[in-house]
Design a protein around this ligand. Structure first.
Ligand code: SAH
Ligand code: SF4
Ligand code: F3S
Length: 482
């Protein structure tokens, strides 16, 4: 131990050779057609999946493809899939199903599926049998071999499937990346999950926890800052266990302190934190690091200790409350968000009421609420269920209502306040031509002279609704965290 277990450099170099081989074929095509062949790379999953897609898009771009969003115009269509809930799977499969007409019209189009959903053997099997127009399927652990797999697909006669596991627990460094425009960027600091919450498929499809070397992370952060990104989110399924596998004596707080020293005018966010490993040390670090945004996404899933125990979450609701009190004590301005599962097998009305009370008591700025979705292969899939579909739906709606009541008050409290925001995109209405985020991640629709995407500004809040703060600028182009 002492460093991450890397895919050997030699193996990465080989991928670059495949990139070159495909690029040569594409250059010929481009000459013939008068334009580069186009490729779609679309994500159906979480931010980690999105960050993976940025790598895949980077490889595609170096292979000479031009990225597009239009499947009707593409020589290659790659969908990066998610398995976390049934809805995510059916959405991906529905979209893949809809590609039969593309394949019919243009049989030479390559259709590829990758990521968490197809890492599951039974799903890969289903694709093999029922989706014959899919040419290439590869799981999360084969992502770095995409150039080689694509080359085999393009040159061979057979469909290519690679859903091998992660026995070696390797990390691939040095792959190309094509990032989105705007001020936001994603930076993976670790992969996989060891927690095995009983409802969750992620540990099965993403493998064991692996942390990237701190040098690699710091270098990437420096590149991002130099490229002008100002809102950078560190990603991991449970960032609080960063470094445990490295044996360097560096934990997540240590990593944050190290990254915070990278000079520049930018905000650092991170997700996701697990309450069982979130510590006072982490909150002290957040409070003391100038670049670290005072924003915390801390999913509690359920307010009932019995349900938490059956979910294998490893904390109680009392512990969760203590964490929030400590974090708010250190950072009174902090914004808080959480994930909640409604209708976990065996959840009673009394259990649910405890979730509701926790939501009311804490007062979250944002909630991501999910109806429990049975994932085959997870322990909870075998747990007996009691509540009916209607009861679960009713609980879900009561939860949303309670949250809306909280948010209304929290948003209204910003009226007349001056805040620093980062302008990150154009707005949806001409009245407010720009959309920005506060340090806490709240959406602000802005108007004013001289606003520019990717720059910080100071605004005053004129009006608030449930979803948005509306503001005019007080000063532009400010240096915020530099
Ligand atoms: N690693 C993160 C969460 C990743 S999944 C964490 O532990 O916080 C994002 C969210 O999806 C989870 O927090 C959970 O609320 C939800 N989720 C996961 N599995 C689910 C399932 N089977 N049904 C419904 N929601 C689920
Ligand atoms: Fe899933 Fe739990 Fe891991 Fe989060 S911590 S990814 S919910 S198993
Ligand atoms: Fe993310 Fe979905 Fe995979 S939530 S890790 S894309 S299962």
């Amino acid at each position: 131990m002492g460093a991450a277990n890397h895919v050997p450099e030699e193996a990465i170099r080989r991928q670059y050779e495949y990139i070159d081989l495909i690029a040569a074929r594409n250059a010929e095509k481009a000459q013939f057609l008068g334009q580069k062949p186009r490729a779609v790379a679309h994500t159906f999953g979480c931010q980690q999946n999105f960050a993976d897609t940025e790598r895949l898009a980077g490889m595609l771009s170096e292979m000479g493809y031009e990225l597009t969003e239009d499947v009707n115009d593409a020589a290659l269509i790659l969908y990066n899939t998610c398995a976390v809930r049934e809805h995510a799977e059916s959405r991906a499969l529905g979209n893949v199903g809809a590609l039969t007409h593309v394949k019919k019209a243009r049989p030479e189009t390559v259709i590829a599926l990758c990521g968490c959903m197809v890492q599951q053997e039974q799903v890969a099997e289903k694709v093999k049998k029922s989706y014959p127009h899919v040419d290439l399927v590869f799981g999360t652990h084969a992502l770095w071999r995409f150039p080689e797999l694509l080359f085999r697909t393009l040159t061979g006669k057979k469909r290519v499937f690679d859903i091998s596991g992660d026995e070696r627990g390797e990390i691939a460094e040095g792959l190309p990346v094509l990032r989105g425009e705007g001020a936001r960027a994603w930076l993976s600091i670790m992969y996989g999950c060891n927690n095995f919450c009983t409802y969750c498929i992620v540990p099965y499809v993403r493998g064991r926890e692996r942390s990237r070397d701190p040098e690699a992370i710091e270098n990437e952060l420096r590149e991002l800052v130099a490229a002008g990104y100002k809102d950078i989110t560190l990603l991991g399924q449970n960032v609080n266990s960063y470094g445990k596998d490295l044996g360097l004596g560096l934990d997540f707080s240590g990593l944050l302190r190290r990254l915070d020293k990278v000079p520049g005018d930018y905000l650092l966010r991170f997700m996701t934190s697990h309450p069982k490993d979130a510590s006072e040390r982490l909150f002290d670090t957040m409070a003391e690091c100038r670049h670290v945004a005072k924003q915390l996404h801390l999913p509690f899933q359920s307010g009932s200790d019995e349900i938490l125990r059956r979910m294998n979450r490893g904390y109680t609701s009392a512990h969760y409350r203590e964490l929030i009190v400590y974090a708010r004590g250190k950072m009174p301005e902090i914004t808080l968000s959480s994930d909640i599962i409604v209708g976990f097998p065996g959840e009673t009305e009394a259990d649910f009421v405890q979730t509701l009370s926790l939501v009311r008591e804490v007062g979250f700025d944002m909630l991501y609420t999910f109806l429990y979705s049975r994932r085959s292969g997870t322990p909870a899939a075998e747990y007996p269920d009691s509540a009916s579909k209607e009861e679960k739906q009713d609980r879900f709606e009561r939860l949303l209502k309670a949250q809306d009541e909280t948010v209304e008050g929290r948003q209204a409290a910003y009226l007349g306040k001056r805040l620093r925001v980062l302008v990150d995109s154009t707005g949806k209405s001409p009245e407010y031509p720009f959309a920005a985020r506060t340090e806490g991640g709240l959406l602000v629709c802005c108007v004013g002279e001289g606003l520019r995407i990717g720059e910080f500004a100071e605004v005053e809040i004129d009006r608030t609704t449930l979803r948005c703060l509306f503001a005019h600028t007080v000063s532009q182009h400010i240096i915020y965290k530099g």
